[in-house]
Design a protein around this ligand. Structure first.
Ligand SMILES: Cc1ncc(COP(=O)(O)O)c(C=O)c1O
Length: 428
């Protein structure tokens, strides 16, 4: 896509190409599910700012809370406490699983992941970490060392942090063992047990980290049976179970956190993206039993828990509750699946439509079932041409993330689905 925007041209001169943006669009305004661009176009933003704007752009209650806090004070650093940040922590812990009752605020998803790894290593006095193939946990050195959604994220950065091992993610649509869900013997879990047998003994593993709903790696929810078995394995070996809910949390799946669909609780969890409607904030959260064993000064931050971000966080949680957005996302997200699934049956290039709530993945395939990034790109281009911003994911960029703000209206949803369906229909 070509852009006539002066800002986009100037950006190319000042930003390293390492900074990759999805579209050459420069926006001048965001409101609800819409963005207006410098070129005078208006788009429906179903990327939700990379899964961040769960209550849309500039929700009035978020804007008001941030403005009110900004007028009083903006920054506390690691110097003083303040009521706004404490209140945001209380609010967040009121929606995390019952066993999660303390947290540490930081700024980004990757930072929260770093915190989770450090906490796990510190309290267990063990070094090993096991993550899963397809996983995406962020770009900092520790986070990228456990990220395997693409080798591109790791290329040029070796050696990565040591004592990190991988087991296969239960991406059942492309089961590497040829199993079908109804006959699956959890071979993925067998591979994880092999890691413990052949590579690192369980007593040296601090943590196993998993996205309960795979994000960047392909938008696939881990089966409940797998997460239950993982919980049981961790308990058996005294390994801490970390759920990375950076992308899947804060109501995205129609529950506060994706793991609720499986009824499994982690020892440690990471939260970011939707936490503060676009203000930089993240958290590593865990049970008091663990957090109180992380001594004073063992971790730190200058900007984490910024009061303006925290005011936005509390307002975001209030909005999700007051507007009944979890229920709405569950019901309407299920209706979206019902509407789109016939495409998977009728259209040879649509392999699967899956998800919970408004975290929906549409996987494109070739006639032989291989990932089809070209088909996915054509549908995304069609959507953009017709005013709908969607983004892809997966190793071959062959999965569309259908992630509207939870506040999307029925009419907006219907309009967007019409555009998407026309794009898919044009593939043939
Ligand atoms: C599951 C998950 N963890 C961690 C991250 C890293 O978050 P950030 O980009 O805020 O560092 C992401 C970002 O997409 C993510 O999806």
């Amino acid at each position: 896509m070509k852009s006539s925007s002066d800002t986009v041209r100037r950006a190319a001169r000042v930003f390293t190409p390492a900074l990759h943006l999805y579209y050459p669009l420069s926006i001048v305004r965001g409101e609800g599910v819409h963005v207006d661009t410098e070129d005078g176009e208006r788009y429906l933003d179903f990327s939700s700012g990379l899964g961040v704007l769960n209550i849309g752009h500039n929700h009035p209650r978020v804007v008001a809370a941030a403005r009110e806090q900004t007028e009083r004070f903006i920054h506390t650093g690691g110097i003083y406490y303040n009521e706004t940040t404490v209140q945001a922590a209380e609010q967040l812990l009121s929606v995390t699983p019952p066993g999660i009752d303390m947290l540490f605020f930081s700024n980004s998803g990757a930072e929260a992941v770093e915190g989770a790894l450090k906490l796990a290593r510190h309290v267990t006095a063990r070094q090993g970490v096991i993550s899963f193939t397809h996983a995406f946990h962020g770009r900092t050195l520790g986070a990228v060392s456990i990220t395997t959604s693409s080798s591109a994220y790791r290329k040029g950065y070796h050696p990565l942090i040591p004592s990190v091992y991988q087991a296969p993610y239960p991406y059942c649509y492309r089961c590497r063992f040829g199993n079908r869900p109804e006959t699956c013997g959890l071979s993925c879990l067998g591979c994880l047990e092999d890691v413990l047998t052949h590579q690192i003994p369980a007593e040296e593993v601090a943590a196993i980290i998993i996205e309960p709903f795979l994000g960047e790696g392909g938008y696939f929810p881990a089966p409940a049976t797998f997460l239950c078995s993982l919980r049981e394995l961790c308990d058996r070996h005294g390994i801490l179970l970390i759920f990375d809910e950076v992308q899947s949390g804060m109501g995205r799946t129609g529950r506060w956190f994706a793991a609720e669909h499986a009824g499994v609780e982690p020892d440690i969890m990471t939260v970011a993206k939707g936490i503060a409607s676009g203000f930089p904030l993240s958290a590593v959260a865990a049970g008091r039993n663990l957090m109180e064993r992380w001594p004073s000064g063992a971790h730190g931050t200058t900007f984490g828990g910024n009061p303006v971000s925290c005011a936005a966080c509390s307002a975001t949680i209030d909005v999700i509750r007051d507007e009944g957005l979890l229920e709405q996302a569950s019901v309407r997200g299920a209706a979206v699946l019902d509407r789109l699934r016939p495409f998977a049956e009728a259209h040879p290039l649509v392999g699967q439509v899956r998800g919970h709530g408004y975290m929906i993945g549409i996987e494109f395939v070739d006639y032989d079932g291989a990932p089809n990034g070209a088909a996915c790109a054509r549908v995304l281009d069609h959507c953009l041409e017709h005013g709908l911003i969607l983004i892809g994911c997966g190793l071959e960029r062959n999965v569309i993330r259908f992630i509207p703000p939870l506040t999307v209206s029925r009419d907006q949803l219907d309009h967007a689905l019409g555009i998407l369906e026309a794009g898919i229909a044009r593939l043939s």
